[in-house]
Design a protein around this ligand. Sequence first.
Ligand code: BES
Ligand code: MN
Ligand code: ZN
Length: 509
Amino acid sequence: MKTKAFTSPSLAAVVADVLLVGVFEGENFDGAKGNSFAKSANLLTEGSLARKAESVGFKGAVGETMEHFTDGKTAAKQILVFGLGARDKADLTVFRKAITAALRKARALKAKHVAFAAIDAAAIKSDAYGVGEALASYAAMIDYEMNHQKTEKGGYKGESHFAKLHLVVDAGSVKETARGLKDGFALAASVNLARDLANEPAGECTPDRMVKLAKKIAAESGGTIAVEIHDRKSLKKMGAGAFLAVAQGSDQPPYLIDMLYTPKDGKATAELTMVGKSVTFDSGGLDIKPADGMRDMKRDMSGGAATMAAIKAIAALGLNIKVRAVMAATENMTGGSAYKPGDVLKTMNGLTVEVDNTDAEGRLTLADAIEYAKRKGATRIIDLATLTGAVRMMVGDIACAAFGNNDEFTNLVVSSGDAQGERMLNVPMWKEYDAFNNSDMADLKNSGGAPGSTTAAWFLRRFAGEDIPWVHLDIASVAFRSRELGPDPRGATGYGVRTLVEMARRLAK
Ligand code: BES
Ligand code: MN
Ligand code: ZN
């Protein structure tokens, strides 16, 4: 998708398959309140936009769209009017919802060349950069399809619907809008990369495949990303007994992948470590999952995919911060050497864990990954994991759950998520739940019972400790869905990438 911001002497001259024009609710194309593009679009069509709106009942609510053939009155073949809602309630969040509907409609109309008559950024309490970023990122996210392996219809090859996205802006906004477009597109390319990885069949997306991709991303980073790979032998030396136990039942060798981004000038003062659950297939192990529960478990590496994709975007944006991504990649299988319920494992941090359930494997891999991150000098850690099915009981599929040991850092994570349209529920970590992970045999057991998401978070907290800020995002509720939602397709969503990049941006300031 090629993006461009430009000025045009008249809306009539803007070439496109579909020209998107936003309208605030109740303002009826009169432009009296300042939306001059809506007014001129109506004038160009000799008032037929307003007449059509009247007859079909288009009011301008968020989510509403109305298409209109211009019959040669404009260089754009069609004008697609979309609702922005009430002017006084408009902000970037509302704007994103509005353009989601508009872009989905443009896609349904098979528009290849989309132009957008940009609204006054102040009206959505944003700026030219914000408008550009939102549009490019949402267009590229909405363009995504997972049909790569279809041979009949060609399948998705990086882009399939929108070829051009052109923003019409005033002369003073061209530069900032273009910058927003460029960054938004880079961001969405990473979201789509995370989706691709998570959608990839487990037979292809093995730990080894994740290693190769990490190396490829590093090779393309202009020397800003370094990769360190730890194989079974090296992990044994480090004492990563929990991670290695999970890997025991699989024929695929496990790898700990460590990617480190250092900005070009090397003057970064801030640091961020991201840890992503990277179980490339979770059969449940000997405590095997039923068929329904196993069906989506090729996506149990969604957290790792998000961290790998985020570091790529952070490098593309050249942010002035040191960022590390740690992925302990393995399958959880049932082979003859598989770890067993009742086994006692020695983690890298020294704590012992009794295996209560081999299907609670994520926290075991993360315990060692978090300890590894700390040994590498992490000053703040965020982990993302499809950790518990129970999180869906809390938040359905419209948010993930955040657990943290430091309010300031947790607030940074949650507000970065809000700013990017990735919603999170900040769940309290009442101390009483900590004891639920106690074992008679060992320091801990790996399943502490209800509330399952919170006891899992407490398990991780025993490894993260209290000395450095840490947040755990349980993304099992949002990493993949069986329905389309917002800018997300069915299947993998790439959830977390935008939050991680936004966090890195804020910390870099
Ligand atoms: N990967 C699963 C969690 C999951 C479930 C993610 C559904 C996405 C959708 C995780 O490894 C798991 O199996 N968790 C168990 C923990 C239990 C055995 C304590 C669960 O949630 O049932
Ligand atoms: Mn599991
Ligand atoms: Zn799992």
